[in-house]
Design a protein around this ligand. Sequence first.
Ligand SMILES: Nc1nc2c(ncn2[C@@H]2O[C@H](COP(=O)(O)OP(=O)(O)OP(=O)(O)O)[C@@H](O)[C@H]2O)c(=O)[nH]1
Ligand SMILES: Nc1nc2c(ncn2[C@@H]2O[C@H](COP(=O)(O)OP(=O)(O)OP(=O)(O)O)[C@@H](O)[C@H]2O)c(=O)[nH]1
Ligand SMILES: [Mg+2]
Ligand SMILES: [Mg+2]
Lengths: 278, 291
Amino acid sequence: VLKKSTVDEESFEKIEEILIEGDVGVKPSLELVEKLRKTAREQRITDSEQLKQVLKEEILKILETGDNKLKNVARTPLVILVVGVNGVGKTTTIGKLAYYFKQQGKQVLLAAGDTFRAAAIEQLEIWGNRVGCQVIKQKEGSDPAAVAFDAVKAAIARKIDVLIIDTAGRLHTKTNLMEELRKVKRVVERELPGAPDEVLLVLDATTGQNAFSQVEYFNKALDLTGLVLTKLDGTAKGGVIIGIKSSYQIPIKFIGVGEKMDDLRPFDPQEFVEALFA
Amino acid sequence: NLSNKFQEVFKKLKGKGKLTEEDVNLALREVRIALLEADVNFQVVKDFIAKVKEKAVGHEVLESLTPGQQVIKIVHEELINLMGKTNAKLNDAGSPPTIIMLVGLQGAGKTTTAAKLAHFLKKQGKKPLLVAADIYRPAAIKQLQVLGDAIDVPVFTMGEQSPVDIAKASINFAKSNLKNYVIIDTAGRLHINEELMDELKKIKEEVSPHEILLVVDAMTGQDAVNVAKSFNEELGLTGVILTKLDGDTKGGAALSVKAVTGCPIKFAGMGEKIENLEPFYPDRMASRILG
Ligand SMILES: Nc1nc2c(ncn2[C@@H]2O[C@H](COP(=O)(O)OP(=O)(O)OP(=O)(O)O)[C@@H](O)[C@H]2O)c(=O)[nH]1
Ligand SMILES: Nc1nc2c(ncn2[C@@H]2O[C@H](COP(=O)(O)OP(=O)(O)OP(=O)(O)O)[C@@H](O)[C@H]2O)c(=O)[nH]1
Ligand SMILES: [Mg+2]
Ligand SMILES: [Mg+2]
């Protein structure tokens, strides 16, 4: 990838190209390259392998800050609200999360909060069946907040450990739909103070710079507690999360690497950085 | 936006006569950044900037424009040139049915778009048939059936049989039921999944679609070229549909996909409802990318 072994202007240009092609974005890439130039001067780096290593460490500094784990709460249920734009992998991620918790011996309940899209409820029910957990649902077209309300009540009554609420995909620029999500969150908060414990924004690794806008709007509306980056099993690198992490400090909690129930992994910054330069 | 950035960059230039290489380089630096921030692919941007530079250096600056505005004008024209003309037509088979196959990555909007296309064709007096060839995704068949019901378009399904057999049988069904358009919805897949790409090739071999349309999410980033290139090399695309353009994404993937495949972008998905399908307008897209 960096063919020459010595460091020159071309090395920095090549690095900028790798970063931009990895969807890191123009500004964050330029900032990283500037830092790299400075370090290369200060440390008199002449070997391009060493240069790459310094860059990886720069990126790791951004990705490793803070705690990337799921919240641990003293009370049950732990409530997770899953949100994001259309088609990014929310429902599938919920299926995978349910499996993840079931493997830990936890009691899981799912809420079919997408009452809008064709066969959304059926899709979540199939996941519930596969994983072995119940799904709280209402008729298609009902109020998602009503489903969330029912689900929280049921989770408390059934002594559930983890409740995961699915929501319909929506573009962040649709104000009324973002308001609908805020209502779901308020209803959950009212029924169970402190909940939802996690509000996870699902981002598709194939998404480009629009990911920043998605984070901006969803965060403003809901105060995100974490990100899930899906479809990293493709050829997209998901580099947008570097700039997102440094601007918003929202931890990346999981990554999706396929369509099966065990294709969910905790986010590993080292692995991510290696893949960016693979 | 770009014109504002240009005002800054060109405040110092006097602006009469022809565009110098220096003017052009200055302007194109800003254009390059704008295109990359709009998600146009790195390599595509490089080639595009080189092409524009050739056209721009020595170009007359029109009386009414500043040098910056003149460069933007050339960039805009070149973008429209690259993206082709509005072409919201589906290839028509000599003898019915006309067979359309939708392909693309997971979650791009294929199933929704299949229904939108069926509705579009029905409004034109055609008799479309939807084909549920996604046997993998939970409730995919149900999803297409619910959509088909809503627009009163029949959905052909054979449950979870092989998608190749389903596609084949659907053509016979269309012929016996006088359906003149067959729209095959396929499962989302990665372009690097050999087995699943082979499945698409087999479907193509079996039914010889008149249209193979790649459905691409408008917010796709740099990866758009990899996806479009692979799908085109493996299948030979006849067109592209760009979805989710109702958001605030700049949509540079449109330029990347067109540049790397040469295929026309035929339609734009402008929302989740069945009537939210519009012809693709290259000039509107050019303004959006540069905006
Ligand atoms: N390859 C791959 N595909 C994924 C991954 N996560 C989800 N998918 C696929 O992406 C597609 C969309 O997934 P969904 O779970 O329906 O996405 P969603 O966000 O719930 O979609 P809407 O509810 O319609 O907004 C499906 O085909 C999934 O199988 C992943 O990590 N890798
Ligand atoms: N806002 C908006 N949403 C869209 C558009 N087209 C599709 N969607 C939504 O995007 C999500 C995914 O659409 P699907 O039709 O399920 O996508 P798909 O390509 O069939 O997904 P897979 O079969 O899993 O690969 C759904 O929530 C759709 O409603 C569009 O033009 N605008
Ligand atoms: Mg969903
Ligand atoms: Mg589909």
